[in-house]
Write a new protein. Sequence first.
Length: 190
Amino acid sequence: MHKTNSINPIKMMRREFLASSPLMLLGAASLKASVPPSQAAPKGPDLSENLSPAELAMANDSIMAKDMDNYWNTGYSCAESELMVALRYMKKPEDLVWAAAGFAGGMYRQDLCGFLTAGIMAIGLHAGSLKMEAKEARARCRQNVNEFWNWWVSTAPPHCRDIREGRKDFNVCRRLGKLACIRLEGLLKS
């Protein structure tokens, strides 16, 4: 007897797809990205914990970076705080912040930084609301994810454990969260 495999398409509402698309993008971006050691960002103790005067000026000009103070370290994780700020900036439902709940502290494993993953989630949600064909929106999403990823790995290591190496406080995380919001806001405007 000949057995045939039939493919049953998954039926998913647009909103459900958009809510899950950042997770798919995150997986694709994390598999693709790699940086040669010569271009790697500083690790642990070599990362500055405070915003430079130039970074502080940019943070003061950024709606998202200023809003970060309302969420970071006030009961919201790194990933949740950045996604919440992005949701507010994009005027999206704030309950979508739960998409970031499992990404705190590098997915609770000190793996990919929550600010990095939440930024990618926000880029995916933004792409889903663009007034353009899906193919164009995906291309824009891919471009923005690549820009955000490349910016991040030139600024800090992608993994929480490397960022937090040798630290007892979260000052470096606060700085990176502000910088991520500044960069993300620029990408969401484009």
